[in-house]
Design a protein around this ligand. Structure first.
Ligand SMILES: Cc1cc2nc3c(=O)[nH]c(=O)nc-3n(C[C@H](O)[C@H](O)[C@H](O)COP(=O)(O)O)c2cc1C
Length: 320
């Protein structure tokens, strides 16, 4: 059992969060993670208000454990989306790029925990100042919208600057990663890519198979997917983006148009022409466990590693 301020804050058994993934983290995956003792996050970035309500209710049917909803702060229907979060008593809200003012105003008085994912030290500092309850700091290794800076540089810096609990994201898939994150001062990890390759994740098998075959050298970062730097697998679509060159990448207003390519990957199952967002850690993943097998394996592996490390690196402590 690994207890941290993050597990206590979120009322979860294990310090493992499933990163929000639009078009991927549907109720089956979210509830699978939460039932296994982690925190599942519903990827509601591109849902309509009605779709959000339906998916929150479905998640609540599948789990009695805490889970979160991920929303874009500049969603044109933000107010109505937040009505759903508040009225359905969702315990945690997750969000990324954009102004979190309305989210804070609506969620804090209701006791809903506010946990942004950020990719820069200065954004983490601002998030705490804005009133966040915890922060997920995500490095450049991560899948999806990606930072410029590596996780191993960001995490210790953010931990030193913030009082609130910090979870580390970008490049984690196993016990070695959780052990390293704890050693850097984080109080948990958040994984996106690893949770795409679990039994409960409902993306098409054709896409899971492509991911399983891929190495850590086969991702690229492109602004062409959504108008914001996004790490995706190098497939035919990504090669086309590379040919177009980053100077011709569209503006952020393009974001909603880019969504069709996620649908092509994660609903239609086209591994060549869909946007297969994933992190570099894809090269370390070669199995499809259940959420419970994955989470329990990471936690027990971490407990073992923590003991081994102290015996291996500080044997004198064990001689007395
Ligand atoms: C397919 C995919 C979709 C994602 N969609 C979102 C999203 O909708 N909102 C968000 O805040 N982060 C999104 N992310 C980022 C993840 O929540 C998570 O922070 C990231 O995957 C962590 O890095 P890792 O992939 O190395 O585990 C996405 C990542 C992937 C792989």
């Amino acid at each position: 059992m690994i207890t941290t301020r993050l597990t206590e804050l979120l009322k979860i058994r294990h310090p493992i969060v499933q990163g929000a993934m639009a078009w991927v983290s549907w109720p089956e995956l979210v509830s699978g993670v939460s039932n296994a003792g982690g925190l599942g996050i519903l990827g509601a970035g591109f849902m309509t208000v009605e779709e959000l309500r339906t998916n929150v209710r479905r998640t609540k049917e599948l789990t009695a454990q805490p889970f979160a909803v991920n929303i874009l702060p500049d969603n044109p229907n933000l107010d109505q989306m937040l009505d759903v979060v508040v009225n359905e008593r969702v315990p945690v809200i997750s969000y990324g790029i954009g102004d979190p003012k309305l989210i804070m105003q609506r969620c804090k008085p209701e006791g809903i925990l506010c946990i942004p994912t950020v990719g820069a030290v200065r954004h983490a500092v601002k998030a705490e100042r804005d009133g966040a309850d915890a922060v997920i700091i995500q490095g450049t290794e991560a899948g999806g919208h990606s930072s410029h800076v590596a996780t191993i540089v960001l995490v210790p810096e953010v931990v030193e600057r913030l009082q609130i609990p910090v979870a580390a994201a970008g490049g984690f898939c196993d016990a070695r990663g959780l052990t390293a994150a704890l050693a850097m001062g984080a109080e948990g990890i958040s994984m996106g890519t690893r949770f795409m390759l679990v039994k409960e994740c409902p993306i098409p098998q054709s896409v899971k198979d492509r991911y399983l075959q891929s190495t850590e050298e086969e991702t690229v970062v492109s602004g062409h997917v959504t108008g914001v730097r996004c790490r995706i697998l190098k497939n035919k679509l990504a090669e086309r983006f590379l040919e177009l060159g980053e100077q011709n990448a569209p503006s952020r207003e393009f974001m909603m148009l880019g969504v069709g390519r996620f649908r092509k990957a994660f609903i239609d199952g086209d591994p060549d022409w869909g946007s297969l967002a994933c992190g570099q850690v894809i090269g370390r993943i070669d199995d499809i466990p259940t959420c419970q097998e994955l989470i329990e394996g990471i936690v027990s592996g971490t407990e073992g590693l923590l003991q081994n490390l102290s015996q291996r690196c500080a044997p004198s402590l064990h001689q007395a």
